[in-house]
Design a protein around this ligand. Structure first.
Ligand code: SDX
Length: 428
């Protein structure tokens, strides 16, 4: 709370004062509670670009300075020094775990990596060519049908075990979606392995031969998962909060988040970036024509992997991923020409006044697809990877919402622009 107040005087002589709330970091927020009752007005902020929907202690973003903190820790330090499972603990519980706490948390997550055998049948019910995101949305939503014993959202223990189940099972389900798409046998989790290594063996091993994961690839994937774990009130996280605010169970709420992430303007951008780069390769598009299309207001095409609703500077995650790309492509026998092309496109775009004037920079999706390809993850699985990583962020916000004393069902208003009242023909 600050002692600042904002006065609003309406044109019919009414006036009211509103508190300015101040968080740990970031701009003050005008608390407009009571605006309608005091002055008879709603607010209008399409896309909620300047509207605080909640109070949260999980992640802070400074879009002007390109800063991203998780529970106060800078993303570059977490990417360099932490592990994805440790970041999961940090996001869920607010502090880095002690050695014993981490051992107990890891054991709990390992205890939930398997899924009910019927899930295999469920996934096998999809067409062979179903997009993995379609399978993921459906399967995660269906998980609630297996856990009637723990979907009482008023019970903190039910909320916590649901969080553990989701974090533990997403890699298993993601790998099943991939295997189904390839017509390959599903692989069971191997709890002797770490979180990321276990995912890799479920994705890439087959019963017919031994599998040894590449430690360089495993670390690259670990960093990618850390960089995608959470990102404040983005579209999919806000969707999870809004869905969950009605009392929907955690599996249904996370499925709603997965659906929102699928859009190419959000999590679907990593797949769209590689398509865009391949287009430049294969279809005669050039960097110049691609940039020209992105600037043409008559063309709906946007430069995928560029721009951000919040960052008006470099997305700090893009910088880390670009370096990861640069360091790893040799080790991983990656697509160096595609990385070189991405670099060239980045340089050309950053030098273009259109992008400079609009402060459009590479975002997290611009380079991530190149690394995912180097990890032999197919393009239609890119957004599944994003969803797998972001599940801990989504469920952390869902838990925080349910512990928020100001929690209530979300219900935005509107400016009605339809017909004025009129009678049905013949109505008296
Ligand atoms: C993610 O919110 C999050 O935190 C999301 C995310 C997360 O971790 O959860 O960070 C992950 O979703 C990253 C974004 C991935 N999406 C893409 O890369 C798709 C391409 N980017 C654009 O679609 C766009 O930049 C958005 C959707 C990301 C942001 O859209 P906005 O907020 O509408 O963009 P803006 O208001 O800042 O646009 C300002 C101007 C507009 O032009 P003018 O009307 O001023 O002439 O910039 C233009 C826009 O048309 N513009 C672009 C552009 N992005 C914005 N022009 C060309 N190419 C682009 N990519």
């Amino acid at each position: 709370m600050t002692n600042k107040k904002i006065s609003i005087n309406s044109d019919d002589g009414k006036s009211a004062e509103f508190e300015v709330l101040q968080g740990t970091h970031g701009p003050g927020c005008i608390d407009l509670t009571g605006l309608y009752s005091k002055l008879g007005y709603f607010t209008y902020d399409p896309g909620f670009g300047m509207t605080g929907s909640c109070k949260s202690g999980i992640t802070f973003i400074n879009g002007e300075e390109g800063i991203l903190l998780h529970r106060g820790y800078p993303i570059d330090q977490l990417a360099e020094k932490s592990s994805y499972l440790e970041v999961c603990y940090l996001l869920l519980y607010g502090e880095l775990p002690s050695t014993d706490e981490f051992a107990s948390f890891s054991a709990t997550i390992k205890n939930h990596t398997m899924v009910h055998e019927n899930i295999r049948d469920f996934i096998n019910g999809f067409r062979y060519d179903a997009h993995p995101m379609a399978m993921l949305v459906g399967t995660v939503g269906a998980l609630s049908s297996f856990y009637h014993d723990s979907t009482d959202i008023s019970n903190p223990e039910h909320r916590e075990i649901s969080a553990h189940r989701l974090i533990a099972k997403l890699p298993t389900i993601a790998s099943y979606c991939y295997k189904h798409h390839r017509g390959l046998p599903f692989m069971y989790p191997d709890n002797s392995l770490g979180y990321t290594e276990n995912f890799m063996q479920m994705m890439f091993s087959v019963p017919a031969q031994d599998y040894q994961h590449n430690p360089v690839a495993a670390r690259a994937l670990e960093v990618l998962l850390i960089l995608h774990a959470d990102h404040e009130q983005n579209a999919s996280t806000s969707t999870v909060r809004l869905a969950g605010s009605s009392g929907a169970n955690p599996f249904a709420s996370i499925a709603a988040g997965i659906a929102s992430l699928w859009g190419p303007a959000h999590g679907g951008a990593n797949e769209a970036v590689v398509n865009m780069l391949e287009n430049i390769y294969n279809s005669g598009e050039t960097i110049e024509t691609t940039i020209a299309r992105a600037k043409d207001k008559n063309d709906p095409f946007r430069l995928m992997g560029f721009g951000h609703r919040v960052y008006k500077n470099f997305d700090p995650r893009a910088k880390i991923i670009a370096k990861l790309c640069h360091d790893l492509l040799d080790d991983l026998d990656g697509d160096q020409p595609m990385f070189d092309l991405a670099r060239e496109l980045e340089q050309a775009t950053l030098a273009d006044p259109y992008f400079q004037d609009r402060r459009l920079y590479p975002n997290v999706d611009f380079y991530s697809g190149i690394i995912l390809r180097a990890l032999n993850i197919p393009m239609n699985m890119f957004t599944v990877m994003f969803a797998m990583a972001r599940t801990v962020g989504w469920i952390s916000h869902w838990l925080e919402m349910h512990s928020d004393p100001e929690f209530r069902i979300g219900r935005p208003r509107q400016i009605y622009t339809g017909h004025a009242t009129r009678d049905y023909p013949g109505a008296s």
